[in-house]
Write a protein that binds this ligand. Sequence first.
Ligand code: NAP
Length: 297
Amino acid sequence: MTDAQARLLLGAPVAAEIRASVRDDIAAFVARRGYAPTLAIVLVGRDAPSAVYLRQILKACEMAGIGGRLVEIESGGTSRTDPDLEARVTAAIEALNDDPFVAGIIVQMPLPPSVRLRTIIDTIDPAKDIDGIHPLNAGLLRLGYEGFLPATAHAAIEMLHRYDVPIAGREAVVVGRSNVVGMPAAFMLVREHATVTVCHSKTVDLAAHVRRAEILVVAAGRPGLITGSMLRPGAVVVDVGINVVGDAIVGDVDMDSARSVAGAITPVPGGVGPVTNAILLTHLVRAAVAQADGAPA
Ligand code: NAP
């Protein structure tokens, strides 16, 4: 390893800044409207990792002055033993759609196999879809209109903004093409005039593509997929991956080898992760104001 080490782009100060502005916005909302908007989380079945993540969101809501509501829908077993689970989930979402105090709805993924993802996504009111999973919001992003962006992808790009990384005209590579991270991040980068390559599991010679990147966003869910030898010297690397390896949480980028080649890199943990929840709250504020004003978000 050489002496030169990539600058660490930390999520905590960015998240703190965003959360402070959300707190101000919510205080102004409450002063003007007389109530605090609520963020509702739908959790289907019991899932320990989700429970940790959900507690973090609910805590963030509480600290920002936002109402947090967890709607737990117990699963009675498999699709055969619990055939009406999907109907109960859609009914719960419809009730939240109709509740004027609920400004935003997120549904914890993954869903049990008996619940069709598409049915659930379609049920969420797009005006309350603060994690940008409804086809309307995905379409708005694709067409370059304002909609709700998926919070993780938004957080990844927000890290570039907050750390003054220029995007226009630069060579960007996104590893991963999921609807929640890779593709929306790629569309955001195109929208900001980067030249974007999207890589995925069928990409031939991933290293050759990655080596061109001045900006690299990695969201593959594969620990250590990207190593220092694959990077262009000075690249800005945003590691979205969250992988549990033994007792540790690691990203998709091998930090040890990447740090001596990259110009800047988001650590895992402590990079994009903390910013995601803060960004989600900004979406909630926007949804709440738009709904209270009767305007599209
Ligand atoms: P996903 O739906 O599993 O998508 C993974 C993507 O990576 C797919 O497009 C897949 O390609 C691609 N991929 C897998 N192996 C690859 C390989 N060897 N080479 C190149 N591409 C490969 O995952 P996701 O929901 O987008 O999440 C990605 C990562 O972000 C995960 O680690 C997840 O835990 C993390 N995450 C972080 C946050 C946060 O707040 N920071 C939030 C959500 C998710 P194919 O399309 O060909 O299968």
